[in-house]
Design a protein around this ligand. Structure first.
Ligand code: NAD
Length: 248
């Protein structure tokens, strides 16, 4: 059987990191997973694991419409795509601002907007949005645009949850601390010069979690699974922190 047996789940940014781990976790629980990513090659690797995959750039409105139409019934949407800009209120550029909101916020709106009519028809659906502990939950240095966009994700999540609370659709978001994923390695590399070394830059990220370690993508995927599965049917509109004690 499995906790998601008979369910169909669409995942954005499933090519690597948390999206990939969530796609695998949901498939392991019996869901038919449609894994999408801008990077066709990366998401294509999931084909060997028996997962339906297709390229999808969530910034492309027409492609989003098409992908959702082709996917047919969608019981679970995991809106995972997002980018972490490292900037402050003074260094953030107009281009970064527009890109950050387009990817981290607007694309989630467009994805959710595309799947909701089908969910309303079936009076059934779970939308899981990717926020961050760095959002309205907590500030972090050099995360001006990122924290601003991820706070917006929490607001959007509560709005969707409110509109559809009596129609069988739940919407929640998760707020992870620092997770060991490929893009974190890029951020560590970007910070190495300022921190003195790659090791020092990595240690600074590790130190944020009171547990003294990073999360694995699989630990975060377990929460995505919970929010997607029937065991969370009374949970909606929540921003759930999963951060190894960063916000303690
Ligand atoms: P990642 O950043 O390593 O990978 C991101 C994936 O998104 C890549 O496969 C990339 O191809 C894809 N992508 C980028 N732009 C896209 C687009 N326009 N359309 C479709 N796909 C696109 O993965 P990650 O670190 O697991 O991050 C995933 C999400 O989790 C992001 O929203 C991020 O903000 C959030 N998050 C990450 C951490 C962390 O520490 N890694 C912590 C909290 C929240």
């Amino acid at each position: 059987a499995g906790r998601l047996a008979g369910k169909r789940a669409l995942v954005t940014a499933a090519g690597q990191g948390i999206g990939r781990a969530a796609a695998l976790a949901m498939a392991a629980e019996g869901a038919t997973v449609i894994a999408t990513d801008r990077d066709a090659q990366k998401v294509g690797e999931l084909g060997a694991r028996g997962i339906i995959h297709q390229p999808l750039d969530v910034l492309d409105d027409a492609a989003v419409q098409r992908a959702v139409k082709e996917a047919g019934q969608i019981d679970v949407l995991f809106n995972c795509a997002g980018f972490v800009h490292q900037n402050t209120i003074l260094t953030c550029t107009d281009e970064e601002w527009d890109f950050g909101f387009a990817l981290n916020v607007r694309a989630m709106w467009k994805m959710a907007r595309a799947v909701i009519p089908g969910m309303v028809e079936r009076r059934h659906g779970a939308i899981v949005n990717m926020s961050s502990a760095c959002s309205s939950v907590k500030g972090a240095p050099n995360r001006f645009l990122y924290g601003t966009t991820k706070a917006a994700v929490i607001g959007m999540t509560k709005s969707i949850a409110t509109e559809y609370v009596t129609q069988g659709i739940r919407c929640n978001c998760l707020c992870p601390g620092t997770v060991d994923t490929p893009s974190l390695h890029d951020r560590i590399a970007d910070n190495a010069a300022a921190a003195g070394s790659v090791e020092a830059a990595r240690a600074a990220f590790v130190a944020r979690q009171a547990m003294g370690r990073l999360a694995t993508a699989e630990e975060i995927a377990a929460l995505v699974l919970y929010l997607a599965a029937p065991e969370s049917t009374f949970v909606t509109g929540q921003a759930i922190v999963i951060d190894g004690g960063w916000t303690l």
